[in-house]
Write a protein of this length. Structure first.
Length: 75
């Protein structure tokens, strides 16, 4: 069970504001689709190892990225 969708949207909105103000954010999120849409850079982890890296946009088009946990960072 996760957070209510309205709460998730609010959290990502606030994270976007923090990032826009110049703060780097390291985000580990199971919702890869949402995280990759917000990410400048992302790393896809599988059993603790990085298996793919790139921009959020690049990884959105990668098959199976959504099934893994993503460590996502924004400059």
């Amino acid at each position: 069970m996760g957070l209510a969708p309205v709460l998730v949207r609010e959290i990502f909105r606030v994270l976007g504001e923090i990032n826009a103000a110049g703060t780097t954010i390291l985000l580990v999120e199971q919702n890869a689709n949402l995280a990759l849409h917000a990410a400048h850079r992302a790393h896809v982890l599988e059993t603790g190892a990085i298996v793919k890296s790139g921009t959020g946009a690049e990884l959105l088009g990668t098959p199976r990225s959504g099934r893994r946990t993503s460590g996502v960072s924004a400059p």
